[in-house]
Design a binder for this molecule. Structure first.
Ligand code: GLY
Length: 348
């Protein structure tokens, strides 16, 4: 088992290892356990037994749970069972369920204790750590939310065994991204055969990828500065997700988006890191993209949360582990998009 400390205004620990679901303990006596309806029932039963007594609140699967309607239903349920101010909300499942659970915890009775038990690689490496919680609006993803750090995170690596390969590979995009922006040792480790459910490289590679995020959010919880670097590859990714009505999954969009960001970085004089991002895409084997033009995705990219009154900013790399934020002229964006399209088309 590996333990990673997260600093900041309210420090907590992330534990990474096998068998953790059964060892979950929280000091609160009354607990609401949120989980997606499609989670393997055995996971819910193990956590229920560990937290007993607790109220279970099933929520719709994946991003279908991140709506204002589901959020309101869950709040009503907690009120109906009289979850008190000194109770706790525990989020078990993928990133969507833990994002919803955190926002419920942040706002129910103006805030109760929150814990996360992510069961996907994406949830472990990214969503469950760092306190970004929220729901989507019809107008866009994560437009309503709060920073509400968990009091503890348990990443039970046994839960990754039931993930289909494309879902595991989706989450690997965030671990690889942490390699590009901060810890280049992760690059070859994520692509190695040992980085797979049950593999010998899983626990340490995962823990080191979590440690990158833990370090960033310890220094910059509310994204005043370096936390924005965690969005490397995400500007095009959000454009691809929105332009395809989420037919492209987040982790696959991030894989594609990291390659675009590498091409932009090179175009602005940075090192050529496109070999790394292409190597990741070959390993990830994402679904081929539908035909898309720059003008299909640009309106969504321009609405990116890193945009300010002067326009959109991209996270780019001078070199490995040297991220920075930059505005990029539209001519450069269009030219890089053409190169990106040629590259990603040649993958399939
Ligand atoms: N997923 C990016 C962040 O937590 O800041």
């Amino acid at each position: 088992m590996r333990r990673i400390e997260v600093g900041g205004p309210q420090p907590y620990a992330v534990e990474v290892g096998p068998g953790l679901l059964a060892r979950v303990r929280v000091p609160q006596r009354q607990v609401a356990l949120l989980h997606p309806v499609d989670l393997p029932p055995a996971y819910v039963q193990v956590v229920q037994a560990a937290l007993s007594p607790c109220v279970t609140v099933p929520v719709p699967a994946r991003d279908d749970c991140k709506t204002l309607a589901v959020y309101a239903d869950v709040l009503s349920r907690l009120a109906q069972v009289n979850l008190p101010r000194d109770g706790a909300v525990v989020g078990l499942g993928g990133g969507a369920a833990t994002d919803l659970a955190g926002f419920v915890a942040a706002t129910y009775l103006r805030g109760v204790a929150f814990y996360t038990l992510p069961t996907t690689l994406l949830g472990m490496v990214d969503a469950a750590v760092g306190g970004k919680t929220g729901v989507n609006l019809p107008e866009g993803k994560n437009l309503v939310g709060a920073f509400w750090p968990p009091r503890a995170v348990w990443c039970d690596t046994d839960t990754l065994a039931t993930l289909p390969r494309p879902v595991f590979a989706e989450g690997a995009a965030e671990a690889y991204k942490h390699g590009l922006i901060a810890d280049p040792t992760l690059l070859s480790r994520v692509l190695s055969p040992g980085f797979c459910p049950g593999g010998p490289g899983l626990q340490d590679t995962l823990a080191d990828a979590v440690a990158v995020k833990a370090g960033v959010v310890s220094r910059d919880l509310t994204e005043q500065g370096e936390r924005a670097f965690l969005n490397f590859g995400h500007t095009l990714a959000h454009g691809l997700e929105a332009a395809t009505n989420h037919a492209v999954t987040h982790g696959e969009a991030v894989g594609y988006g990291m390659h675009y960001a590498a091409l932009l970085s090179r175009a602005l004089g940075g090192a050529d890191l496109s070999g790394h991002t292409l190597a990741f895409l070959r390993w990830q084997r994402p679904q081929p993209l539908p035909p898309l033009t720059f003008d299909d995705v640009w309106p969504y990219m321009a609405r990116d949360k890193k945009a300010d009154t002067q326009g959109v900013r991209f996270v780019l790399l001078h070199d490995l582990a040297q991220p920075y934020l930059a505005r990029v002229p539209e001519t450069v964006l269009r030219r890089a998009f053409e190169t990106w399209q040629t590259d990603v088309t040649s993958l399939s």
